[in-house]
Design a protein around this ligand. Structure first.
Ligand code: GAP
Length: 504
């Protein structure tokens, strides 16, 4: 745990030091749970968004994009259920005066038990070596079975309280589990209350007469209310999808863990409209497809797992999370939900407009069912960035910090470095930069010794460094150094573009 915390601190510090992510409004002491993306962070984030857009929109005949406004008619949030039910259960500790989400206190308690299971598994793995069968151990070891039972009991009791909106029961759980405030160490808790997460604002020049608007807490509703516009103008046939990337806002009670839980963040959402009765097949399709997308970025399979929801929201008939192993454990990165015809049905009811589709093959009209995929951009940045960051000890005993980002996501694809600032090397390097620039992000760097420049590029994740040296002007070749292996190759400038394309 201590190591994980140390590592997470390093992630945050590295992101700031190298211009990926800054605390918002820092010179005014920051704004809690709001962050700015710096010169490299914006490149990484844009690359992730483009990668998602390409996979969802460009690669599918039947998925189109949308960019709906953040401000929407206030009744939309009544129809969607957010005004009445987009709440988190909140609890205060009277001694520390700190505020917590009751469900997060319980999840943290579960994480401690999971940690104990992990320790038992690691111990046994060491003892049995190669022959270790994890599945068998977990299902038969008495201690692990008991820990797992504790977790299941807690989850069941929690779900019962939430389904019954039993806030007193939730507080009793916190007392029974002997959960203490991490700051004061006491169990002096207030009652649990519901807290709505939407930010409200006013529209119009005369504030008194104006309507209360909400900053959208998800981009999905912008898609639902444009269902007919897109379907008709795009002549879309069910099954089809509408994809959108955009900002969402939630007044999170517990805002910690860096860009994992923010008050202003970005989502990449896709609503897939299908024939009633086919939604569970499509749910399975998107569940598989979305995990494949994560892996296709070059991320390892063992960092991901599904978490199928046993207790479903009243409008859903299947739901799963794709969880990622962040530096603080496995947590939700993406949600895939089969939302039935709930949203279109509610908007029909509240707007008075029929949101239906005429299916010419069936010769009937119906309200399509919806399978949703919803992923946070910032959580994806954190997943990719934290997985990529590591320290390495080299053969000569020195260390280097490397950000092994998948090349397709790296802010700069190549850096061009003249070995020294004379003998025509800077001119030749500039010339290479100008040639490569139309195709990719390139950085020119001539400051400091070449070793330090390599380290700087390693730390920001640049996959290839191109060095122009004293031979380059004679043989029209450069040295290309690979970030991860540090191997170097001599490449003719005429072949440079092809070489780079094959290697990033
Ligand atoms: N339309 C469905 C929906 O919004 P969600 O599970 O509440 O579902 C989807 O959010 C995704 O948005 C999450 O899996 C997560 O990646 C991201 N997300 C949600 N709240 C967030 C927050 N406060 N900060 C950063 N990302 C968040």
């Amino acid at each position: 745990m201590a190591n994980q915390e140390e590592f997470f601190k390093k992630v945050v510090a590295h992101a700031k030091e190298y211009g990926f992510i800054f605390p918002s409004s820092e010179i005014y002491d920051g704004l809690a749970a709001v962050y700015d993306y710096g010169q490299l962070g914006v490149e990484l984030k844009n690359n992730i968004k483009q990668y998602w857009w390409k996979a969802m929109v460009q690669m599918h005949d039947n998925i189109v994009g949308l960019d709906s406004a953040i401000f929407m008619h206030p009744r939309i949030w009544k129809a969607s259920g957010h005004v009445d039910a987009f709440n988190d259960p909140l609890i205060d500790n009277r001694d520390s005066k700190k505020r917590y989400r009751a469900d997060v206190l319980i999840e943290d308690h579960i994480a401690k038990i999971e940690d104990k299971i992990k320790k038992e598994v690691d111990k046994a793995h060491k003892r049995f070596g190669e022959a270790f069968d994890r599945e068998q151990f977990v299902s038969t070891n008495a201690r692990v079975v008991e820990y797992q039972k504790q977790i299941d009991d807690i989850r069941n009791r929690y779900a019962e309280c939430m389904n019954a909106n039993d806030l007193a029961g939730l507080k009793q759980m916190i007392l029974d589990l002997e959960i203490v405030c991490p700051v004061s160490g006491t169990r002096n808790w207030t009652d649990v209350r519901q807290f709505n997460l939407m930010f409200a604002t006013k529209m119009g020049s005369v504030i008194d007469d104006s309507d209360t608007l909400y900053l959208r807490p998800e981009t999905a509703q912008g898609i639902f209310v444009n269902f007919l516009n897109v379907q008709k103008s795009g002549r879309m046939k069910v099954p089809f999808g509408i994809a959108q990337i955009g900002k969402a806002f939630r007044n999170e009670i517990v805002a910690r863990q860096f860009i994992f839980r923010m008050r202003e963040f970005e989502q990449m959402e896709m609503q897939f409209f299908v024939r009633p009765g086919t939604e569970l097949e499509w749910f399975k399709y998107w569940k598989d497809e979305r995990l494949k997308w994560h892996l296709s970025m070059g991320m390892p399979a063992e960092k991901y797992r599904y978490h199928d929801h046993e207790k479903l929201a009243h409008y859903a008939n299947a739901a799963t999370d794709i969880e990622f192993e962040f530096p603080f454990g496995f947590k939700e990165l993406e949600g895939i939900h089969s939302r039935t015809n709930f949203d279109l049905g509610r908007h029909s009811e509240f707007s008075g407009k029929k949101l239906q589709y005429f299916d010419s093959e069936l010769n009937e009209s119906y309200t399509p069912y919806v399978v949703e995929t919803s992923i946070g951009v910032d959580r994806t940045v954190l997943a990719v960035f934290s997985h990529a960051l590591h320290d390495e000890t080299l053969e000569d005993g020195s260390t280097r910090t490397v950000l092994s980002l998948p090349a397709k996501l790296a802010p700069y694809k190549v850096a061009v470095l003249p070995l020294v600032k004379k003998d025509g090397m800077p001119e030749m390097a500039h010339d290479i930069v100008e040639r490569l620039r139309p195709q990719m992000m390139v950085q020119y760097d001539e400051k400091d010794a070449i070793g330090r420049r390599y380290r700087r590029q390693d730390a920001i994740g640049t996959p290839l460094c191109i060095t122009v040296d004293s031979d380059s002007t004679n043989d029209n070749s450069v040295t290309v150094r690979h970030r991860d292996t540090m191997q170097q190759e001599r490449v003719s400038i005429d072949n440079l573009q092809g070489y780079i394309s094959a290697n990033i």
